[in-house]
Design a protein around this ligand. Structure first.
Ligand code: GLV
Length: 311
């Protein structure tokens, strides 16, 4: 690989861990952490969470843009040159983290933990029936690398699992539904709904009243996609009416929520501050280095975004 600059613009402490991997594996590459850009004309590769201003003019020789996270919705795709490859983060660390978080959330809802928490606060000792996992129907929206990994683990627990995505997929042990025509059947059989969809024009506001109405009454929701997919007022109304039982939210719009927002103290909402999963520096740097090798060899990169689909 020719000497060039790889610029990193995300959490600096984690960037220093990327830098160590690059120093060892690709010593000819000058790995720099924003704002220490060096000569902008040398920057061929950029990994960013939030893109720098005026990316195209600032780095005239940019060849690949990597997202430092799983999503790419922080980029204005329309403002990027159509020929600039955009790559989202598909790395084992982020996948493991998501599998842990969703397993925890689903198991918690399955075993009525929110209800036991409320009972504890009310000083009630009240056992509820224990349903076997095989009698609980889990549905995962989004069958990308995260959705599929989550489903594999949930299948291992013995849950009755289904998945839905825009185009058809096959996942062992999982009923897969696809497209608008498959959505109703998928929702009607889902007791706990997990959203792992990317944010696109098609998924903005997707988690709203029309969708909630198609779930069995009292269904649970685990939202680990992106905040703007959820219609807040519809969630509050569905919880109030009992159409939804409990919700676990890791993402909101905006983040953080303003003080006094109804979600903070809602007895049926469990909120975490967008921590479901995080890119792990060591494994992420290794995946990016492998992608640089692929790029140089003219091979397809892992996580290359389809600019038309937006993910
Ligand atoms: C986090 O949400 C990410 O996209 O990595």
């Amino acid at each position: 690989m020719q000497p060039c600059t790889f610029l990193y613009k995300s959490d600096a402490a984690r960037g220093r861990q990327w830098a160590e991997v690059f120093r060892e594996r690709l010593p000819m590459v000058d790995f720099r952490i924003w704002p220490d850009v060096g000569d902008p004309a040398q920057v061929r590769f950029l990994a960013a969470w939030e893109p720098p201003p005026d990316l195209v003019h600032s780095f005239p020789n940019l060849q690949v843009l990597f997202s430092s996270g799983a999503g790419v919705d922080q980029f204005d795709l329309a403002a990027l040159p159509p020929t600039l490859p955009l790559v989202r983060m598909v790395e084992p660390g982020i996948i493991h983290g998501m599998v842990e978080y969703v397993s925890h959330a689903v198991l918690g809802l399955h075993r009525d933990m929110p209800q036991y928490r409320r009972q504890q606060q009310a000083g009630q000792w009240q056992p509820l029936p224990v349903r076997p996992a095989s009698a609980r129907r889990i549905g995962v929206l989004g069958l990308g690398s995260l959705g599929q990994a989550v489903l594999r683990r949930l299948v291992d627990f013995g849950f009755d699992c289904a998945g839905w995505s825009r185009s058809s997929h096959e996942v062992p042990g999982v009923q897969c539904h696809a497209g608008a025509e498959g959505l109703g059947r998928f929702l009607a059989r889902t007791d706990i709904l997990v959203c792992l969809l990317p944010l696109t024009d098609a998924t903005r506001g997707f988690l709203g009243a029309p969708l909630f109405a198609q779930l069995p009454r009292g269904a649970g929701l685990v939202q680990v996609g992106r905040g703007p997919q959820l219609v807040e007022a519809d969630l509050l109304a569905a919880l109030e009416a009992g159409q939804l039982g409990d919700a676990v939210l890791d993402v909101t719009d905006p983040e953080p929520l303003p003080a006094g927002h109804a979600f903070w103290r809602h007895p049926r909402i469990q909120l975490t501050p967008h921590i479901a999963s995080m890119t792990q520096p060591q494994s992420a740097a290794e995946v990016v280095i492998d992608n640089l090798r692929r790029f140089e060899a003219g091979e397809p990169m892992t996580g290359l975004v389809d600019r038309i689909k937006g993910y």
